[in-house]
Ligand binder design. Sequence first.
Ligand SMILES: Cc1cc2nc3c(=O)[nH]c(=O)nc-3n(C[C@H](O)[C@H](O)[C@H](O)COP(=O)(O)OP(=O)(O)OC[C@H]3O[C@@H](n4cnc5c(N)ncnc54)[C@H](O)[C@@H]3O)c2cc1C
Length: 417
Amino acid sequence: MRFSGWRIVREGLTGNRGWRPHWRTPDPKPEYDIVIIGGGGHGLATAFYLAKEHGLLNVAVLEKGYLGGGNVGRNTTIVRANYNLPGNSEFYSHSLKLWEGMEQELNFNTMMSQRGVLNLFHSDGQRDYAARRGNSMRLQGDDAELLDREQVRAMVPYLDFDTARFPIYGGLFHARGGTARHDAVAWGYARGADARGVDLIQNCEVTGIDIAGGRVQGVQTTRGAIRARKVGIVVAGRSSQVAALAGMRLPIESHVLQAFVTEGLKPCIDHVVTFGMGHFYISQSDKGGLVFGGDLDFYASYAARGNLPMAEHVMEAAMTLMPMIGKARVLRSWGGIMDMSPDGSPIIDRTGIEGLYLNCGWCYGGFKAVPGSGFSFAHLIATDRPHAPAARFRLDRFATGRGLMDEEGTGAQHNLH
Ligand SMILES: Cc1cc2nc3c(=O)[nH]c(=O)nc-3n(C[C@H](O)[C@H](O)[C@H](O)COP(=O)(O)OP(=O)(O)OC[C@H]3O[C@@H](n4cnc5c(N)ncnc54)[C@H](O)[C@@H]3O)c2cc1C
């Protein structure tokens, strides 16, 4: 089923009776060439690119709940390529280019909105770092513009510029960054993978990984055993638990990240704005809700729900940066489980077990990585060679200490970056 303007008009005039489900609900087969564990954004994108780029169609995605019920449907939808360090820089740059062609590639409206991301800075030291980061972005071929205080004021006049504690010195503006509809990204990749023959199997939890002679043989699931030559683990906040099924201990901690949305308001925030001192960020959804979030909860947990101390912390930061937000009413809040790596950068690599591949460590920034991660992980699984933009996302960097990508300069502490 292809979407087009004509199709929408025709369905609108005929009672919308011609739409069909976007993907099948197949029963699992006893054997596949490749099994992907996890039907989040990264797992679905991996399956899509395995089929599209490598012609590998005997593939299943196993999802313990429903497609897109994890972090891919819980994030604050920010997409950007404003990283500083070699390794991250080229990867996120590649990912953003895939975002820019995604709607055409998937024939699905992911509501990609390149409204610009503005990172504020509040001291001379932060300005220096923003300038350096902007230079790295431009050297990578992406856009970055260093704005002074008056340029920022012209762009976002509703901020409190005169707060004595954290005065705004300026901002780094990344015009190609923005937001996309998170569910639509999961649905678009699911639909594209299914259309190419990938089996998307929901309510199918992987409970064991079969290994013999150092090689993966398949998986045990709540819907029976499934044999596979290759298995990819892409389960975000559950990475440590699923890898443990294969006897692996990962350098990953799981932490809760919360987000909030207000009632719908008239358009008032045109960009994504981030507070350089309070770890607060905000954008406005197409429905009018102000979508915002802040820090991690700071302690390890598998509970995908929020708590009041962090709600208070985020609201304080919001009020400091934009006092006008005090008039908005918060509609709801939620949480997701982040797979925090020690250096804040991801892992896309083979494991010590032949045929078993790992994709994790996305921390609180893996939504923008969805297309790039899927593309690179599919390349790795299909060819057994790393894809160039993701070549530094190696698992052994945590054992050797070589090649760590400490983007935030906070050291090897899972909850500080
Ligand atoms: C509040 C919040 C705000 C965020 N904001 C942003 C943002 O603005 N920009 C950004 O880039 N990133 C953001 N992120 C991070 C981003 O959402 C994640 O890094 C990314 O979605 C993780 O990858 P995923 O989509 O594959 O994960 P998920 O959607 O969590 O997919 C993993 C899937 O694996 C499944 N699974 C787990 N265990 C098993 C098992 N044993 N068997 C079968 N299936 C299993 C889960 O059910 C889940 O569906 C945010 C996250 C949160 C929670």
